[in-house]
Design a protein around this ligand. Structure first.
Ligand SMILES: Nc1ncnc2c1ncn2[C@@H]1O[C@H](COP(=O)(O)OP(=O)(O)OP(=O)(O)O)[C@@H](O)[C@H]1O
Ligand SMILES: Nc1ncnc2c1ncn2[C@@H]1O[C@H](COP(=O)(O)OP(=O)(O)OP(=O)(O)O)[C@@H](O)[C@H]1O
Ligand SMILES: [Mg+2]
Ligand SMILES: [Mg+2]
Lengths: 168, 165, 165, 168
């Protein structure tokens, strides 16, 4: 299931809504230090279900909500949507009539958190199942965040199993 | 699952042994189980021999050689069980010109099957991409997206390698 | 020694607060003791605010911002108690064009007092050096040294940044 | 005390003798991945007294001896000499008549190891004292090996003290 589009608002440095359309082939993301490139990777991992705030560089999950800048006040909510292309009809039967499948995750400062599938509230479990069935969820080796290469190299041999386990 | 782990490990190992010499333009490497009798707990060791050098554990390798070896492993797993997309955040940072060239070549090849999203500061990697997004912070602390034409990436914070001897 | 630690810490902190805005072209940062009552065991926290952003612990900073913050700390300690020489191995790897420029400027300045030996793949850093040594492995596994003229560094594995927006 | 020259033979990938003359100002060291640049840093740290093989990327100290390549057999010994300039006469009184001070470390495969000052055998302690008196020894913050920046950033706050302690 190919990624069609990523929509980010209120997540880390993306306080204003940003839409990335993903094409076939290779998409390069460039820009100066600190401009937000890795935050895009964090947004994708977060909407795919990442539960560990520290692996997103935060101390608590609230840290992913835009916290303010010199010119902007902090935001009350972070929302990321990942839109998949189902033109090839390979998604699970439940989605057979959808040309697009939209996965959305929201987090409010209150701690309240929502998951939505095609804008309908659902459980994290439903999203996890969708990702598992479509082979999209194998984040251990398909998402290599900044510093992960170093982690793999410095890891004890036992701490590298997860890469093979994810593919098995 | 013990069986699946072993099968997957062996398939990945075969791929890894093919991909390493492609990225290194020679040499060889392989994965080894630290305890092949205990498939539930065993660790995974990596031994590697860049072209012309001695076969040993990866600890003595250079920063760039280590990184490229890890990339070979990631690509090997990816080719055994491809995902629809692959995100790589600055994995080319420690690589020299020649290695970046071979890395880019493999990414292009694999991108025929999967979508690749590559974050980079490297000009040659940018030249390899089909589409480029520039991320900027005109307003401090606020990220915006701009679409970058390949001939404009000069203004995108790019760093460019010069040819190696 | 408790007293010396505290004095040194405070001197370094003052320098660090001056150097950070130089390297970041603005913003501010400071060091904080995790336990100022226990000077023998206390840790050292770093809080930083790149220009226009929010002051917080360094964990949320980008790869390049973190690296540059650590460099500011190293330079601060170095300026309080200079050594006759300083060796930096690829510290500029995660930095973009603009940050590399300010980093190089500070190295040049400090090199009036101390010798700097800088390992780099970056063309602008090479241009800043007074002397360049090229290390090669014509014979695989065997390192040799060649002296590189600045206009020849094209053949040295260099990677060059392009100007940032 | 400025560094004048570094001589390496049999150490890691420097099986043939290599001499680096160090100038004033900034010396850049360049070359492709794996050609030996960081090995030069390791050589300097080793001759200055580094005792921890793992911090030189080895499993045991024997790993710093050239271990062979496709075209060369392993070497029997590693030797590194660091030559300092004492033109300013700032070295300790014992060295007052020397214009140069040469510190040499050797390691044989047998495990036998030598330290020499101006080619005269001495103890590691004598070298450590020389470095301490001349302020050359503050390696914690004056030698930043590849990956050390990452170490400092990821370290627990207590594991960063050593930087300040070295300067204190
Ligand atoms: N919750 C938040 N609110 C506001 N800003 C945030 C938040 N979380 C992170 N940031 C900011 O985002 C910036 C980091 O962005 P990111 O890691 O994406 O940079 P990058 O483009 O990958 O840079 P580099 O090239 O250095 O890796 C930091 O400056 C950080 O302060
Ligand atoms: N004892 C040894 N005998 C022979 N070769 C060795 C020995 N120890 C290390 N090497 C080799 O030295 C090489 C690493 O060199 P080094 O780390 O200096 O590279 P580098 O120039 O810093 O590269 P990079 O730009 O990737 O950081 C490795 O290929 C390693 O196999
Ligand atoms: Mg980043
Ligand atoms: Mg190196």
């Amino acid at each position: 299931m190919k990624i069609k589009r990523l929509e980010i608002i209120g997540f880390k440095s993306f306080v204003d809504k940003v839409v990335l359309d993903f094409q076939q082939g290779v998409t390069g993301v460039v820009g100066p230090n600190g401009c937000g490139k890795s935050n895009i990777v964090d947004a994708i991992r977060w909407v795919m279900g990442e539960q560990n705030a520290r692996s997103l560089r935060g101390k608590s999950m609230e840290d992913v909500i835009f916290g303010g800048s010199e010119t902007r006040k902090p935001h009350g909510m972070a929302e990321v949507s990942l839109i998949f292309d189902n033109e090839d009809g390979l998604a699970p039967p439940a989605f057979a009539e959808y040309a697009e499948i939209m996965v959305t995750r929201r987090l409010y400062r209150s701690g309240e958190s929502d998951y939505l599938l095609n804008k309908t509230p659902c459980r994290l479990l439903d999203i996890a199942e969708l990702f598992m069935d479509t082979g999209v969820g194998r984040r251990a080796y398909s998402i290599i965040e900044q510093g992960k290469i170093g982690f793999i190299l410095n890891a004890k041999p036992e701490d590298r199993r997860f890469l093979i386990e994810e593919a098995a | 699952t013990r069986k699946r782990f072993k099968e997957t490990f062996e398939q990945v190992n075969i791929k890894f042994q093919q991909i390493f010499p492609r990225l290194f333009h020679g040499g060889r490497a392989e994965l080894q189980l630290t305890d092949s009798d205990d498939l539930l707990e065993t660790g995974i060791d990596i031994i590697a021999q860049p072209p012309g050098k001695k076969l040993q554990g990866i600890n003595l390798l250079s920063g760039g050689e280590k990184a490229l070896t890890a990339v070979a492993l990631i690509f090997a797993i990816f080719q055994i069980k491809p995902s629809p997309f692959c995100l790589l955040d600055e994995v080319d940072a420690p690589l020299d010109e020649a290695n970046i060239g071979r890395f880019n070549e493999m990414v292009r090849e694999m991108s025929e099957i999967s979508q690749f999203i590559i974050i980079t500061h490297n000009k040659r990697t940018m030249e390899m991409a089909d589409t480029l997004y520039g991320v900027t912070m005109q307003e401090p602390g606020v990220s915006r997206l701009v679409s970058v034409k390949i001939n404009e990436f000069q203004e995108s914070g790019a760093r460019r390698p010069a040819p190696v001897a």
